[in-house]
Design a protein around this ligand. Structure first.
Ligand SMILES: NC(=O)c1ccc[n+]([C@@H]2O[C@H](COP(=O)([O-])OP(=O)(O)OC[C@H]3O[C@@H](n4cnc5c(N)ncnc54)[C@H](OP(=O)(O)O)[C@@H]3O)[C@@H](O)[C@H]2O)c1
Length: 262
């Protein structure tokens, strides 16, 4: 039954842009295409790659998207989606505080902690400890900083407000049979632990907190050989997020709607 529900959610995500167009036709009693239609969705690292695709899909579903970029003045593709563009470097406390201030006190219904850095982004010869430090600052401490800053906004959105942390199957300890990508694996495994703890802490407040894996996707980080296009991967994750229940909080979801081992 659960896998049937998940399959329906993923199918929904793939059809979401069409459903949104249908919803945009003049029908007084048409149901919204998404539970985030008319609601605020914040996406970090939304100027390119998977974050940009999230922004495209949520604006198409009628959400008020706030997309962040380190260089907002260069985020033309993000601005073209209709999203509000705000500056944010997730490694910089002052930048997080300025972002929080610019966002204001309004409710945030969905926070997608997407901004991330891969292990190949550091120069050859960088020590293992330095690689881990730099990558964890973005991939682990980044989502912790941003979520902490936005917690009141998320609570203000009430039960069902969601924090979706972009992890990776490379962060799964149970699935690690090949090693490699050191620093990156550690960063996502620690993000997973943050996800699980926050889900437990915020259960009473009704917040849903998940970790998610997009698969291997063709972006600057994923590279040209990746088998998945952003549209397919993010379409799947949008469907997963759409169908989440309170009982499914604190778990690790793959883009195809299956669950991953921690
Ligand atoms: N692609 C894959 O196959 C894959 C697989 C598993 C998980 N993921 C995860 O999915 C997420 C998005 O990856 P992607 O493939 O879209 O990567 P990408 O194309 O390299 O994009 C990364 C995004 O993160 C932003 N970013 C990096 N450092 C930042 C910082 N300090 N503060 C704020 N933003 C920062 C980048 O901004 P700039 O443009 O300013 O650098 C960019 O917008 C990451 O968390 C990644 O780990 C990706």
């Amino acid at each position: 039954m659960r896998s049937l529900t998940r399959s329906l959610c993923v199918a929904f995500a793939l059809l979401a842009p069409l459903l949104f167009l249908a919803a945009a036709l003049p029908q007084d009693d048409a149901a919204p295409a998404s539970r985030f239609a008319g609601k605020t969705v914040v996406i970090t690292g939304a100027n390119r790659g998977l974050g940009l695709e999230f922004a495209r899909q949520y604006t198409a579903l009628g959400a008020h998207v706030v997309g962040t970029a380190r260089k907002p003045e260069e985020a033309e593709e993000l601005a073209a989606t209709g999203a509000r563009v705000l500056a944010l470097d997730v490694t910089d406390d002052a930048s997080v505080a300025a972002f929080d201030e610019a966002l204001g006190d309004g409710p945030v219904h969905l926070l997608v902690n997407n901004a991330g850095r891969g292990s190949r982004s550091l120069p050859e010869g960088t020590s293992r400890a330095e690689r881990a430090r730099v990558i964890m600052d973005v991939n682990t401490l980044g989502p912790i900083r941003v979520t902490e800053a936005l917690l009141d906004n998320l609570r203000a959105a009430g039960a069902g407000a969601t924090v979706a942390n972009m992890s990776s199957y490379l962060g799964s300890i149970g699935e690690n049979t090949s090693a490699g990508s050191d620093g990156y694996r550690e960063s996502k495994a620690a993000l997973n632990m943050f996800t699980r703890s926050l889900a437990i802490e915020e259960r009473e407040a009704g917040l849903i907190v998940i970790a998610m894996s997009p698969g291997w996707v063709r972006t600057r980080m994923g590279g040209e050989s990746a088998p998945l296009e952003p549209e397919e991967s993010i379409g799947g994750l949008v469907g997963v997020i759409e169908g989440l229940t309170a009982e499914e909080s604190g778990r690790f979801w793959h883009h195809d709607g299956t669950e991953l081992a921690w």
